[in-house]
Design a protein around this ligand. Structure first.
Ligand code: C2E
Ligand code: CA
Ligand code: CA
Ligand code: CA
Length: 277
């Protein structure tokens, strides 16, 4: 492949070859990673904007590779999606999150809401509901404490099929949240039809709320919209006190971001459960 750039001719052959080999290599290692117990879950708290206490945790997968070190899900989730590996991996995530919920309960802590991300293939998988049911039965988790975060673009890919799956999940007593809200298709009519509980405002809006008037307007409008529709609203990627103040002014229900805590291992998350932020 040759690409004629503005400043001459660049050869992308080597770069492309290296990248695709890297990807194939990654895929092979990813298959073994689950068996080898290299995956772990980190937990990032969501904070109630009024009480400043933890209202729940988002489970985020981490791959501790023996040589590469920590591999970001941004790099391996797409590979897992393409290879179909995301299905068994996703099931592992749900099971691990449920087991953690139970472990904390058994340790005498109050029941903790846990949310789990679902990617495109997982959501389209016909065995998803059966897998969730099986995990709930085997762990004894009350579905009211388990939430699934699904991005707007995944939901809109096939809105009719999504409505069907969401309705069944809702009937199981699970909570449902629209992740990265505002970045996908901007058709809002589906909000009326989908049985969702929570909107998560994408980090890209929150990033500039204190400097960009448009992002501030969009964010405050999403919060009002959520309120009017009876949905809870979470702002993700809150990093500064100023962003928090603005979100509080807009009556945002929950906030999540580095200002409070990055995603942390379970043994550190446990100390946050009863913390006053
Ligand atoms: P996401 O669901 O939108 O998760 C939010 C990401 O933002 C996380 O990155 C989190 O660590 C990061 N984050 C949280 N607070 C802040 C902040 O204040 N500032 C900044 N700059 N970033 C913040 P992470 O853990 O690397 O995950 C990236 C994405 O990978 C997630 O985006 C999600 O789409 C996917 N992912 C992660 N874990 C899983 C999983 O278990 N299953 C699936 N299907 N996808 C996952
Ligand atoms: Ca998420
Ligand atoms: Ca998100
Ligand atoms: Ca995101």
């Amino acid at each position: 492949v040759k690409y004629k750039g503005r400043n001459g001719v660049f050869f992308y052959d080597d770069e492309l070859r290296r990248r695709s080999q890297d990807r194939i290599h990654l895929e092979g290692e990813l298959v073994k990673a689950l068996e080898r117990d290299e995956m772990t879950l980190f937990y990032q708290p969501k904070i109630d904007a009024n009480s400043s206490t933890v209202s729940g945790f988002e489970a985020l997968i981490r791959w501790i590779h023996p040589e590469r070190g920590m591999v970001s899900p941004i790099d391996f989730i797409p590979v897992a999606e393409d290879s179909g590996l995301i299905v068994p991996m996703g099931k592992w995530v749900i099971r691990t999150a449920c087991r953690q919920h139970v472990a904390w309960l058994k340790a005498g802590l109050p029941p903790v809401n846990i949310s789990v991300n679902l990617s495109c293939h997982q959501f389209a998988d016909h065995h998803l509901l059966a897998s969730i049911e099986q995990i709930l039965a085997e762990t004894g988790v009350d579905p009211a404490y388990l939430e699934f975060e699904i991005t707007e673009s995944v939901l809109m890919k096939d809105a009719e099929a999504a409505l069907q799956v969401l309705s069944e999940m809702k009937a199981m007593g699970l909570k449902l949240s629209v992740d990265d809200f505002g970045t996908g298709y901007s058709s809002m009519s589906y909000l009326k039809h989908f049985p969702i509980d929570v909107l998560k405002i994408d980090r890209s809006f929150v990033l500039d709320i204190t400097t960009d008037e448009q992002d501030a307007t969009i964010t405050s409008a999403i919060i009002s919209l959520a309120g009017a529709l009876g949905l809870a609203v979470v702002a993700e990627g809150v990093e500064t006190r100023e962003q928090l103040d603005f979100l509080r002014q807009c009556n945002c229900d929950q906030v999540q971001g580095y200002l409070f805590s990055p995603p942390v291992p379970a043994d550190r998350a446990v100390h946050l459960i009863t913390k006053q932020f």
